[in-house]
Write a protein that binds this ligand. Structure first.
Ligand code: MGD
Ligand code: MGD
Ligand code: MO
Length: 764
């Protein structure tokens, strides 16, 4: 079958009627009933539930509808009346389902029964919960702890996450990778190193006070749309937004607030960015070096004219380390190198630096455009360098602001889901629960993939997520996966990762966050941490999708009880009966972060976990904030070569990670098909291509592995030279496992070296 032809349109502003239509389409497809609006109204509100979509904060003063297009889609996705029942699995073998599209799998609706994989019939068959737990426990007990992986995808609550991490450690390993290892691990490692705190330093109030925001590779229009409100407010009070992004993302250009009647009726959009710099993928280190170079020039001039300094010399002198080396690096780097590596003109970078120099308070915002590179660490620390030059860390209205992805991904790390034992208070756990916690490093996501390929990983427990779709080196990992002894997936809907199984395999359906979680002491609350480090309670109220579902907490406890020897200090049944007891344990483990945890659950806007860097307490090696000299000017980790392109893997506003809601990338004007390759017209000519040509992308790496994804339609698109774009997760087989950030091992999904192979001309 020839690939479906994409339809190219002129995209409207972010928000507006387009977003309302987007919600309506998903509502129709999910057969949402009238009760759903009631559920939506409870989203992100005090006493309601925390959105299952992104990690943007839930402000103290909620809007009438404190949800966005994508949050609504995520809720409708979870609350669908469609059900994926045992009879469905009786009709389809697992091999057959493996040929289905991701979209069609999830479209079957919510999973309803615990299922065991039966290799004889190649089908999933229903089983009891107790039977499942007993079998999982027996398999686990027979395995060496370090061969077992406990993956988490970033949604499970703080309570469940704490217990999950404890389960792994009581079992004997630190193999606790999570989706963060493919996402913001770069942030956790880099900010910890240079600021001594692994999370962003801003709070909501800072957005209302800043004079400028610098956006590096974060796309709020698609990925955190509620963030557009404070951005719009900031613009309207005169703050300036400067964006660095290879793609002109609509949400950073124009926004119509869908909750503002006049804006909706008049179609009057707010212009967002005052400057938009289409940096080359991987060109941010050079771009920021250029900005810093101009700041030094401005500062030299100010000193010459005896005007106020441009650099915050006081801050630099009292609070930072490594300034001289950094200054030398910037002064020694030539504009020619900066222009070549960033793809931006000197004048453009000077303009960006002028806005920065004029802003008394500036925030640096970033996302996957910085973290998912071979030199992601240098990307992040360069942004910090820029902020440090003018003392923009630890001050009101200023700071560094990574925007996290999954709704509780930051929180999972906070309460112990980490493969890095040094980040976890192991001595405290030892004392609380009377055991000797494992001290050796656990596996990151990349190391898990390697472990599956080389046979050292023998069991995989997935607390949510779609691991096999989200990872790099997808084909080799998928091929090796069945040689594992045990695979267990805890999920709400069927996905690809459930269709490739170990010798023993279970698919365990869980409650979603919108659903009432009834336990012995009554309906339970859970908690999550947002990207601004605020902790919120979340209460589901809907009737569960099936009476056979269990909460994630109960499933983790079920596995734990069946696997671990009895421990009088860990009463799993009591904990499941009342999650408040687990919160007490969390508070006992992390007394500084979770003081009076149960008492502060309903603090408007959540309660703040705190951040030492925000208080200018630097828990770094030098005891100061660190300036860092990057290892190279470009972040791609590979050399230029003729007709070698940098592939940017993209998300659309009609997907949440591997969940594809539909084929409409409305904000980029690409409709009907996701099987596309975006490229600019000059590069198209250089590569001998025409619009509509069907092409394959082939990874341009000299490691002897052939990686290819074909059937992509060539679409002319405004991208920088040398770059092509295609959708995640479809092109994940192209990403080599070894292509990751050198410091954090976050896969370098935003610059994959590829060649283009023309397969055929467009169908007439
Ligand atoms: N609707 C929706 N919302 C989501 C998600 C989703 O899939 N769909 N996923 C959630 C998750 S888990 C996450 S982590 C976040 C992700 O949210 P973001 O951090 O926004 O991630 P991406 O959209 O992958 O990439 C961000 C931007 O980086 C740009 N970019 C690519 N390469 C470069 C570069 O080299 N330099 C610069 N400066 N920019 C670059 C891209 O053009 C894109 O606009 O969103 C969360 N929210
Ligand atoms: N090429 C490329 N690859 C990427 C990225 C990229 O930008 N480019 N981004 C990376 C990033 S940032 C991330 S975070 C990862 C995402 O990787 P994952 O977090 O592993 O993947 P998701 O697609 O978010 O997982 C979706 C599945 O989660 C399950 N689920 C949904 N809700 C719940 C729930 O409440 N409980 C449980 N137990 N299960 C639930 C459903 O079964 C659903 O199918 O992908 C990474 N991969
Ligand atoms: Mo993410």
């Amino acid at each position: 079958m020839p690939p479906k032809t994409p339809v190219i349109t002129r995209p409207g502003p972010a928000g507006g009627w387009g977003s309302v239509r987007g919600i309506a389409k998903v509502a129709a497809r999910e057969h949402s009933g009238p009760g759903t609006l009631k559920t939506l109204m409870e989203q992100n509100r005090p006493k309601g539930f925390a959105c299952v979509s992104c990690a943007w904060t839930k402000p103290a003063e909620a809007k009438l509808f404190e949800f966005c297009e994508n949050g609504a889609k995520a809720t409708l996705w979870e609350t669908t009346p469609l059900r994926c029942m045992p009879d469905f699995f009786a009709r389809h073998t697992v091999s057959e389902l493996r040929t289905w599209k991701d979209f069609d799998l999830e479209q079957q609706g919510r999973l309803t029964h615990p299922l065991r994989y039966d290799p004889a019939s190649d089908k999933y068959v229903p089983c009891d919960w107790d039977e499942a737990f007993a079998a999982i426990g027996a398999e686990l007990r027979a395995l060496a702890p370090r061969s077992v992986v406990f993956y988490a995808s970033g949604r499970a609550s703080l309570e469940t996450s704490y217990c999950y991490a404890l389960l792994a450690r009581l079992f004997g390993c630190n193999n606790l990778p999570d989706s963060s290892n493919m996402c913001h691990e770069t942030t956790s490692v880099a900010l910890q190193e240079v600021l001594g705190a692994s999370a962003g330093t801003t709070v909501y109030d800072d957005y209302t006070k800043c004079d400028a925001m610098f956006f590096f590779g974060q796309n709020p229009g698609s990925n955190s749309p509620r963030f557009l409100h404070p951005i719009q407010d900031a613009v309207q009070r005169g703050a300036r937004i400067v964006t660095f992004n290879p793609i002109r993302e609509r949400g950073l250009e124009e926004f119509i607030d869908p909750q503002h009647p006049t804006e909706m009726l008049t179609g009057k959009a707010t212009s967002i960015s005052c400057q938009y710099h289409q940096v080359k993928a991987g060109g941010d280190i050079a771009a920021i070096t250029g900005m810093c170079k101009h700041l030094f020039a401005l500062d030299d001039a100010a000193q010459g004219a005896e005007r106020a300094r441009v650099l915050d010399v006081d801050f630099i002198g009292h609070h930072t380390d490594g300034f001289e080396a950094f200054e030398r690096f910037v002064r020694d780097t030539s504009w020619a190198d900066i222009e070549r590596e960033s793809g931006l003109a000197r004048a453009a970078l000077e303009q960006a630096a002028d806005v920065y120099a004029a802003a008394e308070r500036a925030i640096g915002v970033y996302g996957m455009g910085l973290t998912q590179h071979a030199r992601g660490f240098d990307n992040v620390t360069m942004l910090v360098n820029l902020l440090l030059l003018r003392g923009n860390v630890g001050r009101e209205g200023a700071g560094v602001s990574p925007i996290r992805g999954h709704s509780n991904v930051q929180g999972q790390r906070t309460v112990g889901i980490s493969e890095k034992p040094e980040l976890v208070p192991l001595d405290k756990l030892a004392e609380m629960f009377g055991f000797e916690p494992p001290r050796e490093q656990g596996m990151t996501t990349v190391e898990v993939c390697q472990g599956v390929i080389d046979g050292t990983a023998k069991a995989f427990i997935g607390l949510g997520g779609n691991f096999l779709r989200a990872i790099p080196e997808q084909r080799a990992v998928e091929e090796a996966w069945p040689s594992m002894k045990l695979t267990v997936q805890v999920a709400t809907k069927l996905n690809r990762s459930h269709l490739v199984n170990g010798a023993t395999a279970f698919l365990l359906p869980c409650l979603g966050r919108t659903e009432e979680d009834l336990q012995e002491s009554g309906a339970q609350l859970v908690t999550v941490e947002d990207t601004l480090s605020h902790i919120h309670a979340s209460a589901g109220r809907r009737t569960p999708a099936s009476e056979h579902l269990r909460s994630e907490m109960a499933i983790v406890a079920g596995i734990a009880k069946a696997t671990l020897p009895a421990n009088p200090k860990v009463d799993w049944d009591k904990w499941v009966g009342n999650y408040a007891i687990v919160r007490d344990r969390i508070e006992e483990t992390y007394p500084d972060l979770f003081r009076d945890f149960n008492g502060r659950l309903f603090t408007p806007g959540g309660f703040y976990k705190g951040n030492t860097a925000r208080e200018r307490i630097w828990k770094t090696r030098s005891g100061r904030a660190e300036f860092t000299v990057p290892g190279a000017l470009q972040a791609t980790g590979f050399d230029e070569a003729p007709l070698r392109f940098r592939l940017i893997t993209m998300r659309s506003n009609d997907q949440f990670n591997t969940t594809i809601y539909g084929n409409s990338d409305r904000l980029r004007g690409i409709e009907e098909s996701r099987d596309v390759m975006l490229i600019n017209t000059a590069e198209m000519a250089r590569a001998g291509l025409q619009a509509g040509d069907i092409v394959a992308l082939i990874t341009d790496a000299e490691d002897g592995v052939h990686r290819e994804v074909g059937g992509l339609t060539t679409v002319p698109f405004d991208l920088p030279d040398g770059c092509v774009g295609a959708y995640y997760p479809e092109v994940n087989p192209l990403v080599p496992l070894g292509h990751h950030d050198f410091a954090s091992k976050t896969p370098a999904y935003k610059s994959v070296p590829v060649r283009i192979h023309k397969q055929s001309a467009p169908a007439a």
